[in-house]
Structures are given as C-alpha cells and as structure tokens.
Design a protein around this ligand. Structure first.
Ligand code: SF4
Ligand code: FE
Length: 486
C-alpha cells in the first residue's frame, strides 16, 4: 500500500491535461484550489496505514491474498459491505468532504460481477481481463475514477438519436488491437486526483445504441483526454491572501470535472464491454446500487461534523441549554442515524453474486439514497437555524486581520462569555462551507443528484418492491374471493 506522500508523488509524475477557469494547470497537486481535494483522497492512504483503522480501512484481496486498501477490494461478505460503509463514515468525519475514492471501488465491484455474466452469456473474455486489471490496481494501490454519467444532451432522445454523437461516450472504431472512443463523462468525482479512469455506460441500451455500450479503463493522462475542473461555490476563497478562516475547511475538499475523450485508443486488454448492449443496464444498476449504499456512509460522516459544528455554534452563541436548540440537535442526529441505518441495512441484506463478490440489497440501497435526497437538506436547514444569519453576513478574515477594522470585528462579533471571537468565526464558516460553500457540492447537491437523481431511485424502488406479493397479502387478510371480481 502507498503512503499519503507516495500517492502525492505518484500524481506529480502524471502528465494530466487539466484546465481550471480558462487556464491550463501545469501542477494540479500544488494548486491552492485543487490541493484540498487531493488531501481528502490522501486521507484514504493515511488512515489505511494506522493500526487502529486497519480492520475498517484494509482487507485481504481474494485475487492476490495480499492486504490491500479497502477502496481496491471486492466485497467478500456482508461484513465487508458493512465495513465499507463504516470506512466511508470515518472518512466523512475526518475530511468533512467527499474523499472521491469510492467511485472506483463501486465500479470494480459492479464490473467484476457484470463481466462474469457477460462472458457466461456471450463467450467473451472480459472477466479475465478485468481480473488482471484489478490485480494491477490493487498491487499499485491506485485511485480510480469510476465514470458513469454522460452529458446526455437532449434527455428526450436516446444516445444514437442525439444530433451530436459525442453527447454519450461511444466507440468510434473497433480494431484488431483495441478500440477508439470519443465523448465525455460529466461531473466526474475525483477525476484529477485519479491515476486511472474506469468507464461504464450511463443507461440501459437498445440494439441501435450498441456503440454506446462500452466499458474500459485507461490512465488519466492517456493521449486525447482533456479534463476541465468544475468550479464550486466560494472556491476562490482558498486562493485569497487570507485563507485560514473564510474557506471554512482549509485542508479538505472534493471536486468534480468534465472529462473529455477525443479519439482515445484503448488496448483490448483494458476493454470490458464492447457493444454487448443487453448488459449495459445490469452494469448501471449494480454500480448505482453500490454508490447509493456508499452515501449511507460518507454523507453520514459529514453529517456528524455538521451536527458537531451546530452544537459548537450554539455554545459560541451562548445558548447551548435552550430547549429548542437541544431538540434541533436531537432531530439532526435522528435523521443522520436513520441514513446510517439504511447504509448498514442494505449491506447486511447483501447477497453473493455469480462471480463471487457481494452485492447490496438493491431495494434498501435505493431507499437509502432516496432518503439522502431529503435528510441532509433538513439537517443543513437546522444547522443554519442554530448558527444564525451571521454565518453568511460576517466580515472577512481580511477585516479581522486589519489593524483598525480588526478591533471593530472583535468587539461586535463577540458571543458567549469567555469564548474567542476567532473560534466563533471558524465554526460559523465551517457550517457555511458544508451547507453553502465548496463542501456543499458533496453534502447538498450531490445528495440530490449524485449516484442518480431522485427519480432514478423511484424507478428502482417500483421495480424492486414486488407490489403483486403485497396485494396478495392484502387479499388473504381481507378474504377476497377474486372469482367474484370481473
Ligand atoms: Fe465517496 Fe461519497 Fe464522494 Fe461518492 S460522494 S465518492 S461515496 S465520498
Ligand atoms: Fe458521489
């Protein structure tokens, strides 16, 4: 396993084609706005080296027998599935942001089981190739950007009906030695901090969309790849002269990027689906299931920090004993633990797949994510309620550090007796960061749209809910004689 430092150095060696705000970024590792998101990924390495976290952060590979980072692991039991969620909660607590490495882990598990079933049906050799690829990833402890979401253009049209074929990533050419692909993957979590991209289709496909049914892996700096870093609310606070208080979370962050493929060559050893359109939906459903489980861990960990921050804000405001404040904290905790319960439940009810690895219970994972589209918003609302309007109206750190203005800021931002003004500002800015700033990408809007927007879960809930058997239960209890109906 790599250390955090070795991970950083390994990224420095890559020749990434990254752009941010109209400029090519030659050194993303040390860029003040990008660096915090890399620090979050760095924690997935750092914690894995610590003996007290070994059980949750690492696992023994079923492919090589070696101890590996859990982010590279194929789940071998429901215990593994639960440990995954616990690891994500832990990292959410340590970073208060998206730590990005889960998309790769979820892709490994989805592609491993799907390629097994493609091979079984089609006589292909994708599974064997994928196993070789995953051994390479595990042995080198790589970060992999599991990439699913296409830009999608006109949402009313299928991939092959789009005016511009690149709006869904697709095969341009199949050659003897590999394939050529073009298109893009949008809002790719952690793309710039990843060694590899691992691509999956974004929706179920029909025969006419066969060129869009493609899965493959390539290095993030492969020829023909361009990445545009997505900007976030309040991101430039990280590059201001005074950037110790105002960003709210100076060390950690997450990021998303638009990743564009312009006729990128993929050698055939790295191709895991090539026009088997019947299996696109299976791969999507499995990846989405795992990632919907993931949110029952990571968002809960960030929620823990937000609950703590709200309680501290009450202390700094001088009202920790007010009954309505206590009740709001209880409500936040209740909602947050309900999300965790969903993450653990869909893991406990997991089942072994034909390929051997374990899959979460899809109905419960979709219920988990559906709750995630709601509860973090309510938790954030309560945190803002407790913090007070000052969390978004207070003067800047530059004012605090100013020789004259600083005195005014200290005089009028004072809160509870004995509490330091600067500390009060820090905790309020942290709440702002999680609910409205750079971390809000991961905590709020991603809770809505990440791992699929709410409607995608409702479709899965409808499909998995087995309504007919419930009707039968009701018929039996009500002693309905169906022969009387017509
Ligand atoms: Fe991991 Fe959560 Fe970020 Fe997805 S949103 S990559 S599950 S931390
Ligand atoms: Fe996500």
């Amino acid at each position: 396993m790599m250390t955090r430092k070795e991970y950083e150095d390994s990224l420095r060696k890559m020749n990434l084609n990254v752009w941010f705000m109209g400029e090519k970024i030659e050194n993303p590792v040390d860029h003040p706005i990008i660096r915090p998101s890399m620090n979050s990924v760095g924690m997935t390495y750092e914690l894995a080296q610590m003996p007290e976290y070994q059980e949750v952060m690492t696992a023994v590979s079923n492919l090589t027998g070696k101890r590996i980072n859990r982010f590279c692991h194929l789940h071998q039991s429901t215990e593994d599935l639960k440990n995954k969620v616990k690891m994500q909660r832990l990292l959410g607590q340590k970073t208060a942001s998206c730590f990005q490495r889960c998309v790769g882990m979820d892709a490994f598990n989805a592609i491993y089981s799907t390629t097994y079933e493609i091979d079984e049906a089609c006589g292909t050799e994708y599974h064997k190739r994928f196993v070789e690829y995953l051994k390479y990833v595990q042995d080198n402890d790589l970060v992999v950007d599991g990439a699913m979401t296409d830009p999608k253009g006109d949402r009313g049209l299928s991939p092959s009906q789009q005016e511009d074929p690149d709006l869904y990533l697709h095969i341009d050419e199949v050659r003897e030695d590999g394939i050529i692909v073009s298109g893009a993957k949008a809002h790719q979590t952690g793309a710039i901090n990843s060694h590899e991209h691992l691509i999956m289709p974004t929706i179920a496909m029909r025969e006419e969309d066969a060129d869009y049914a493609v899965s493959f892996a390539c290095p993030s700096d492969a020829e023909g790849i361009l990445m545009i870093y997505g900007r976030q609310s309040c991101d430039t606070r990280k590059s201001e002269e005074y950037h110790d208080i105002d960003p709210g979370n100076t060390e950690f962050g997450g990021h998303e990027a638009l990743v564009v493929f312009d006729r990128v060559f993929i050698p055939k050893e790295r191709v895991f689906m090539c026009r088997e359109y019947q299996f696109a939906g299976m791969m999507v459903e499995r990846f989405a299931g795992y990632h919907r489980q993931s949110y029952g861990g990571c968002k809960v960990g960030v929620g823990d920090v937000l609950i703590g921050a709200a309680a501290l804000a009450a202390d700094y405001n001088g009202v920790p004993k007010a009954t309505h404040i206590k009740d709001k904290i209880i409500e936040m905790t209740h909602l947050n633990e309900t999300l965790y319960a969903c993450g653990i439940a869909c893991s406990s009810e997991g089942k072994q797949m034909k390929a051997g690895n374990y899959m979460v219970d899809l109905l419960l994972a979709n219920v988990c994510k559906q709750n995630i589209t709601r509860f973090p918003y309510e938790i954030a609302r309560l945190a803002e309620d407790i913090a007070g309007g000052i969390m978004v109206t207070m003067p800047s750190e530059a004012d605090l550090r100013h020789p004259e203005l600083g005195k005014v800021v200290r005089k009028y931002l004072v809160g509870a007796k004995g509490k330091h003004v600067e500390n009060r500002m820090r905790i309020l800015r942290l709440i702002e960061n999680i609910t409205l700033g750079t971390a809000a990408v991961g905590y709020r809007t991603e809770s809505m749209h990440g791992a699929g927007s709410p409607q995608a879960q409702r479709i899965m809930i409808a499909r998995q809910s087995d309504l007919e058997s419930k009707k039968e239960m009701a018929r039996n209890i009500a002693k309905i004689d169906v022969s009387l109906d017509h």
